[in-house]
Write a protein that binds this ligand. Structure first.
Ligand code: GDP
Length: 287
């Protein structure tokens, strides 16, 4: 009986998997950078370099140097996008899931992972990054208490993207053990992307994740999600506060923030390019 109940729960958890609200039946117009390049300069900057786009609102003594550390040309961004386009020789798809570290697939290609509290916009971000490969299903169990997994997505033979379970205040012990084990043991992990809500800024629960990443001494990047939802003044304030926090209180965090909106697609192209870069698929030379 107990076995049956457990089996039913397991299947429910899987069937209750829901796709991101932003599920696209066909390619959204903004999925491809080629369409953005046709837009006027103002829109192009806003969608491609959302952090730099904020510069004009700050008073002159605000330090915006860190806004351009990773500042690829439009050509590089366009080139990097090719990695996110599937083809016969370059399949992009969900690969497998793991509930324990010893279930994780043995993959030697470079890997990046995405971590953040539940509801931060992680599924939508992955969906936006994979929007040129709409057959990729970013699936997550939203039901509290249900099995949380690491989901692996192979981007051809170039790299793997790993969707980590969303954390919350009541993360069960086995969940934190799985995440911690992955972060500490995964040899091919090149970068961890820690998602922070653009409206709320860094919250207590995010601080715990930062402390964990700092303790493990692994390189990570902060991605600011849902920026379309944050009123401009609040976004400006959050960006500076987070930048200050990164500068003063972190060692392993990349000093440049990556603001994104999975609805408007701002920041998605730059993030794709950064992923290509950190996985060793794009070496950027200064022009
Ligand atoms: P997850 O739990 O981290 O995977 O979060 P989801 O990706 O499922 O997003 C949680 C909620 O935020 C959903 O209602 C999404 O529609 C919404 N959301 C996610 N990303 C964005 C965004 O960039 N802009 C806006 N306005 N809403 C977003």
């Amino acid at each position: 009986m107990f076995y049956l109940q457990k089996t039913r729960k397991f299947f429910e958890a899987n069937w209750l998997l829901r796709r991101c609200a932003a599920t696209w039946k066909s390619l959204p117009d903004k999925a491809s950078f080629a369409n953005i390049l046709r837009m006027d300069d103002k829109t192009l900057t806003k969608l491609t370099f959302p952090l730099q786009d904020l510069e004009k609102y700050y008073v002159s003594n605000v330090n915006t140097e860190n806004f351009r550390i990773f500042n690829p040309s439009l050509d590089y961004i366009q080139w990097a996008e090719l990695l996110f386009k599937p083809s016969k020789d370059h399949e992009i798809d969900y690969f497998s899931s793991a509930i324990r570290m010893d279930h994780a697939p043995l993959l030697s290609q470079p890997e990046v992972c995405f971590i953040g509290r539940s509801n931060v916009g992680k599924s939508c971000l992955l969906k936006a990054l994979f929007s040129l490969a709409p057959e990729v299903e970013v699936r997550v169990s939203k039901t509290p208490g249900h099995t949380k997994k690491l989901n692996f997505f192979k981007v051809g033979k170039r790299f793997t993207m790993v969707d980590m379970p969303g954390y919350g205040y009541r993360a069960p012990q086995d969940f934190s053990e799985m995440v911690e084990a992955y972060l500490q043991e995964r040899k091919n992990l090149k970068r961890t992307f820690l998602l922070v809500d653009g409206v709320t800024g860094i919250q207590e629960v995010d601080n715990t994740a930062v402390e964990m990443l700092e303790e493990f001494g692994i390189p990570y990047v902060l991605v600011l999600t849902k920026i379309d939802r944050a009123p401009k003044g609040l976004l400006l304030k959050n960006v500076l506060a987070i930048q200050d926090f990164v500068e003063k209180q972190t060692q392993g965090c990349f000093p440049q923030l990556f603001p994104v909106s999975s609805v408007e697609f701002s920041g998605i192209y730059l993030l794709r390019c950064f992923i290509a870069h950190v996985t060793g698929n794009l070496s950027i030379t200064e022009s």
